[in-house]
Every structure is written in structure tokens, then in C-alpha cells.
Design a binder for this molecule. Structure first.
Ligand code: NAP
Length: 306
């Protein structure tokens, strides 16, 4: 039996494992795809303390993984299909095996939200993307559009403007949500054209994106933009389908915890973007992971296991 099973190997899970190892606890991370979560698909991170020269997302998470492994973290790449959060010994069933632990830390993060348009799913990988840093290079010298007004959308637009001649930035309001430093950079960039008060009504093209129909919400006028790439950056949804009926969540599916990352189930903690919180960033995910393991250690010490 493990002391702690951490589901999800993003910044929160890796930090939880690092703290577990340093505390002499036996920890297992179960990750379904690749470690690093959303941070691994971030082109540049310039707000993680200590990296004042900036660091790429993949480089930062590789360091986090190496750090967690240095303290004994074990990582298995498996798909979790069920969890038992109610018994004193927690059980995690994956597509390959069944594992037991005294504590569970839920750190499955969040995934990009979809616009819900016809052809959006069909054209994923054929012009529709949710990760500019992953797919942007395929659109070199092509005109593209980004949808959204938050940090991700503005960062994506700035990234794409490095090698695309034109980037339309389509936002449903007349003011961005993103931090001011990104707003200033976007508004100063000649290649980025904000399309205010507008939504994408339709994706055009037969086999791939050839354009989009955009509607101005104030005038109701529509116009077609000839773009080959549509980058959707309209926020995230928590990856909590597995446990949404098992631990308390809010209406949007984010897990509710106290300040010690404790959920409403004993021995079950949550950390990172999957948690209801005010700020979802790498630094807050890492902090959550550290706190979750610290609280888990206290919980383990307070209970009799033999
Ligand atoms: P976000 O902050 O939730 O912003 C989503 C944006 O998409 C908003 O501008 C929103 O418009 C728009 N939107 C939402 N649903 C839409 C829809 N159905 N159709 C059209 N537009 C829609 O999401 P995010 O930018 O992905 O950021 C998520 C979190 O990660 C935030 O906490 C952010 O600060 C953080 N983040 C931080 C960094 C960084 O620190 N460098 C980088 C990336 C992300 P409204 O504004 O009108 O609501």
C-alpha cells in the first residue's frame, strides 16, 4: 500500500510527490498522458519565481519531474477508471491495475473549453486547435484567428504573431480580461487585430478550416475572415468527471476544499487547477501540492493503519 496516490502529474501533482518524498512517504503519481499538465504546453513561463530569464513550460516541468524523482516519486502512465474515496484505505482502479493508499490527492487539472460549434470537433487537427504552442508551427506564414480575451488568448496571439502575418483576436466584449502587461503587448503588435464584441458563428471549409464567420454582438453584422487556423482559448473546464459525484464540487465541477486542500472526504485532498480557487497558475498549483501533502502527512500520522 502506498502512503499517497496522486492522480495527475501536473505542477500540483509533481510538487505533492516531491514533498511526499522529502517527508519519507511512499508516493505514486498516476498520469494518463504526459507529466506537466497545461504547463507542459506553455511556450514561455515568465511568472514562476526564480526564473527571471524566463523558461519554457516543458523545461520547467522537466525540472519539476526530475526534482520529484530525486526524492523517490514513482510515476505510472495509466488511465484511472474508478476510485473509492469512502473507505479508510483508498482504492484506485486503472486500465491496468488496482492500487491502494492511505491518502488520495486529486490533481487532474483542467482542460480547454470548446466553443460548441458545428465542425469544431471534426476539424480538430485540421485547423482547429486548443494549444497554440503545440500546433502554432504548422501555421507559419498563414493567417489565423484566436478566440478569447484572457491570459491564454493574448499569450497565444503574441506567440502566433511571431510567425503568422496576421492574427485576428476575437473577443466577445470590448475589454480584455488578461493582465495589463499582455494587453499592452497585444495592442502594440501590428500583426494582431482585435475583433471586439464578436463571436465566431461558424467554421467555414469542407475538409479543413478555410475561414470563419464572425458576428458583431452590438451591430448583429456578420463578416467572413479568411483564416486557416482557429485557436480556441476561452478558458478551461475541470477534469473532474471521475469524482464529481464522490467529493463535493461547485456547479462548474471544481472540487471544493478547505485551506488545507482537504475535500469533504477524509483522507482525500485536491490540488491545482481542479480546485475551486481564485488564481490558477503554475505557482498556485505547486503551492496547493505542497500544502496537500503536508496536510496528508498529518492525517496519516493521526490515524492507526495496522
Ligand atoms: P479565462 O481567464 O477564464 O478567460 C477566458 C476568456 O474567454 C475570457 O475573456 C472570456 O470572456 C472568454 N470566453 C469564455 N467563454 C467564451 C465563449 N463561450 N465564447 C467566447 N469567449 C468566451 O481563461 P484563460 O485565459 O484560459 O486562463 C485560465 C486561467 O489560467 C486564468 O486564471 C489565467 O490567469 C491563468 N493563466 C495565466 C497565465 C500566466 O500567468 N501567464 C497564462 C495563461 C493562463 P469574458 O472575459 O467576457 O468572460
Amino acid at each position: 500500500m502506498y502512503d499517497i496516490i496522486i492522480i495527475g502529474g501536473g505542477a500540483a501533482g509533481l510538487t505533492a510527490a516531491l514533498y511526499a518524498g522529502r517527508g519519507g512517504l511512499k508516493a505514486l503519481i498516476i498520469e494518463k498522458m504526459f507529466v506537466g499538465g497545461q504547463a507542459a504546453t506553455t511556450y514561455e513561463v515568465d511568472n514562476y519565481p526564480g526564473f527571471n530569464e524566463r523558461i519554457s513550460g516543458p523545461d520547467l516541468v522537466m525540472k519539476m519531474e526530475a526534482h520529484a524523482k530525486k526524492f523517490g516519486a514513482e510515476i505510472k502512465y495509466e488511465d484511472v477508471v474508478d476510485v473509492d474515496v469512502d473507505s479508510i484505505v483508498k482504492t484506485v482502479k486503472t486500465n491496468k491495475s488496482v492500487y491502494e493508499a492511505k491518502v488520495l490527492i486529486l490533481a487532474m487539472g483542467a482542460n480547454p473549453k470548446e466553443l460548441g460549434l458545428d465542425k469544431e470537433k471534426k476539424f480538430r487537427g485540421a485547423g482547429v486547435s486548443y494549444c497554440a504552442t503545440c500546433d502554432g508551427a504548422f501555421y507559419r506564414d498563414k493567417e489565423v484567428a484566436v478566440v478569447g480575451g484572457g491570459d491564454t488568448a493574448l499569450e497565444d496571439a503574441l506567440f502566433l504573431a511571431r510567425f503568422c502575418p496576421k492574427v485576428y483576436l476575437i473577443h466577445r466584449r470590448d475589454a480584455f480580461r488578461a493582465v495589463k502587461v499582455l494587453q499592452d503587448a497585444v495592442l502594440e503588435n501590428d500583426k494582431i487585430e482585435p475583433v471586439w464584441d464578436s463571436t465566431v458563428e461558424e467554421i467555414l471549409g469542407e475538409d479543413q478550416v478555410e475561414g470563419i464567420k464572425v458576428k458583431n454582438l452590438k451591430t448583429n453584422e456578420t463578416k467572413d475572415l479568411k483564416v486557416e487556423g482557429l485557436f480556441v482559448a476561452i478558458g478551461v473546464v475541470p477534469n473532474s468527471g471521475l469524482i464529481v459525484k464522490k467529493v463535493e464540487t461547485n456547479n462548474a465541477g471544481y472540487i471544493i476544499t478547505d485551506e488545507n486542500m482537504q475535500t469533504n472526504k477524509f483522507g482525500v485532498f485536491a490540488a491545482g487547477d481542479i480546485r475551486e480557487k481564485i488564481l490558477r497558475q503554475i505557482v498556485t498549483a505547486a503551492a496547493d501540492g505542497a500544502i496537500a501533502t503536508y496536510a496528508a502527512e498529518r492525517y496519516i500520522n493521526e490515524n492507526k493503519w495496522e
